[in-house]
Design a protein around this ligand. Structure first.
Ligand code: GLV
Length: 324
């Protein structure tokens, strides 16, 4: 008998076939309280789950007593209660490598778009406002040679440092839990404390996972330490920034602008003040959203599930100690 697996995300046909070869797959429409109760019997039997989004916590685990592996189509795993999974002996797999370059591209796009007012200018052209040679009311600020601050120096932070330093001649400052030798050697990145990073960065790019330690790490006090000319970029997880404090800082001119791919609540509510601020570029969480990378993530997630349900966890496992 093939192990039972619940799939809660659409997969490209070839990957779906690969999954079907190995498992008895039930596809459901997302992981929500509704689908959980609709498919309660399927979850009772499931040894694996594969998808993205939806809460996987102790309550969920009670409903999936046979679960051995959760395979997330994402790098971020903040929607999983990792201690609860580990305690129950459930392996958590994710896709940390395949999306690195694409997310760094998105962050650099937010840097450029926010600084050069790309979205705003393009919208003005479409509205017919380009009537003659443009004046200072269309001008942006330079990116090249400005100080790039990176908060969190993981794979994505490193790929961003590469773009900023080699492509745009930007000196790199960073703060992270520990020194990153490669970033220092290859991109001359300078390690500093958070206060210095806040005070000195022209562009402050956040590339942190969401944890208890990073929740609302950037709030009113931190924003107040930034330069009034600074631009804040976030493409990790929304709740790392206290969004209410950020809105106030953008309205009051505490900082110059923000480029955001992630928010405290997603989709961003229609009445969010962020949508009315001219100095905000808001994207719908497109960090890894290219055809190539989303395919690569789905492929990794399928392979991770097959490997882990067969006892192989040599990569892409968040809690490999569970296998021992
Ligand atoms: C996207 O946000 C991811 O975690 O992969």
């Amino acid at each position: 008998m093939k192990p039972s697996v619940v799939l809660y995300k659409k997969l490209p046909q070839d990957l779906r076939s690969q999954l079907d070869e190995h498992f008895n797959v039930t596809e459901i429409n997302g992981l929500t309280p509704e689908t959980l109760s609709q498919h309660a019997e399927v979850f009772q039997q499931a040894e694996g789950i594969l998808g993205s989004g939806g809460k996987v916590d102790a309550e969920f685990l009670k409903k999936a007593p046979k679960l051995r592996v959760a395979s997330s189509v994402s790098v971020g795993v903040d929607n999983f209660d990792i201690p609860a999974l580990s305690e129950r002996g459930v392996l958590l797999m994710h896709t940390p490598t395949v999306l690195t370059e694409t997310v760094a591209d998105t962050m650099m796009a937010l840097v450029l778009t926010s600084a050069r007012r790309v979205v705003e200018s393009a919208e003005r052209v479409k509205k017919g406002e380009w009537q003659g040679s443009i004046g200072a009311d269309w001008f942006g600020i330079d990116v090249h040679h400005k100080k790039m601050g990176i908060l969190g120096m993981g794979r994505i932070g490193l790929a961003l440092a590469q773009r900023a330093h080699l492509g745009f001649s930007m000196p790199i400052l960073y703060n992270a839990r520990k020194h990153h030798e490669e970033a220092e050697q290859r991109f001359d990145a300078q390690y500093c404390d958070l206060d210095t990073l806040l005070k000195e960065s022209d562009f402050l790019c956040i590339s942190l996972p969401l944890t208890e330690q990073t929740h609302h790490l950037i709030g009113r006090e931190e924003l107040a330490k930034m330069k009034p000319s600074a631009v804040l970029i976030n493409a990790g997880r929304g709740p790392v920034i206290d969004e209410e404090a950020l809105i106030a800082a953008l309205q009051e001119g505490t900082i110059h602008a923000a480029g955001l791919d992630v928010f405290e609540k997603e989709p961003l509510p229609k009445d969010s003040p962020l949508l009315t601020l001219p100095n905000v570029v808001a994207l719908p969480h497109i960090g890894s959203a290219t055809h190539e990378t989303r395919y690569g993530m789905a492929k990794d997630a399928v392979e991770n599930l097959i490997a882990a349900l067969n006892g192989k966890v040599d990569k892409n496992c968040v809690n490999p100690e569970v296998a021992k």
